[in-house]
Design a protein around this ligand. Sequence first.
Ligand SMILES: [Zn+2]
Length: 155
Amino acid sequence: MKIIKGQKRIRNKAMKLTNKQREELRNKYNGRCAYCGCELPEVFHADHIIPIRRNSGGTCENPQADIFENLNPSCPSCNKMKHTLSIEGFRTMTNPKYNIGQSVYHVTTESDKGVVLDCIYSLRKNQWEYLVTFRANEQSLIYYEEELSENKIYE
Ligand SMILES: [Zn+2]
């Protein structure tokens, strides 16, 4: 029986970068954060483009994504914000569909036009929540994106 020397067993510890790899990663976007484009600080993060989802104890759920090619240089705040989201998820998260001050309808047959007072990204639900007021002196309510529309929709 042939024994293959040095055959890799599947790693479940998150990868550690060499100094050379860190420098290479820093220069991937000319020393800038891959997400917001700011100049990378002295200490920057190696962000997994496809999340590896770390468990406590140093293991991860997605070890095959823990490769150098799957890393992007990221400033600490973007890395923290991106959390375990995919790139698409992160893009959605940084781009609310409706902005503060925008007029929207609540998706019902008899809806008044309201104004978005605030939008908050819910990490727990992975979607935007909009605080909308429909009439002055009335309580504002929180809606999800699919509950709002720019056009009046009669169902
Ligand atoms: Zn950034």
